[in-house]
Design a protein around this ligand. Structure first.
Ligand code: ZN
Length: 137
């Protein structure tokens, strides 16, 4: 890699320490890299918003609606959340598995016969309800 290609990495502090040191030596000999670095640093400085005084920030927050969340104390239990979730999940899986294994077994013929009889009955009720409704109008 051409040392001149590392100027951006250097400017953003992304070079490992060893390469940083060797790039500094390169900077001393390379006017182009020095100029580029100066430009990038000026850009970075322009991008950083000037920090407002802490007192002013506090005063603004005090007069606006932002408040410390009431559920802040929940954060103290954060390390427990994972455990609770895992426990809930485990219980759910266990129960689900148990129900699958112990689900009642029906004879399909029996089920069909039951459904036929009851659906018929339900249809009869529905039909008489409908007839009654029609009679009212
Ligand atoms: Zn260079």
């Amino acid at each position: 890699m051409n040392p001149c290609d590392k100027v951006m990495l250097y400017a953003y502090g992304e070079l490992p320490e060893q390469e940083r040191n060797s790039f500094r030596q390169h900077l001393e000999q390379c006017a182009q890299c020095r100029a580029e670095l100066k430009f990038m640093q000026a850009q970075q400085a322009a991008l950083l918003a000037p920090a407002a005084p802490a007192k002013l920030v506090d005063a603004v927050f005090a007069q606006t609606t932002r408040r410390a969340p009431a559920y802040k104390w929940l954060g103290a239990f954060k390390p427990l959340w994972g455990g609770v979730l895992t426990a809930v999940l485990a219980v759910g899986l266990f129960t689900g598995g148990w129900m699958l294994e112990h689900r009642p077994s029906y004879d399909s013929q029996e089920v069909i016969a039951y459904m036929a009889a009851n659906l018929d009955e339900e249809y009869q009720t529905f039909a008489s309800d409908l007839a009654q409704l029609e009679a009212e109008f």
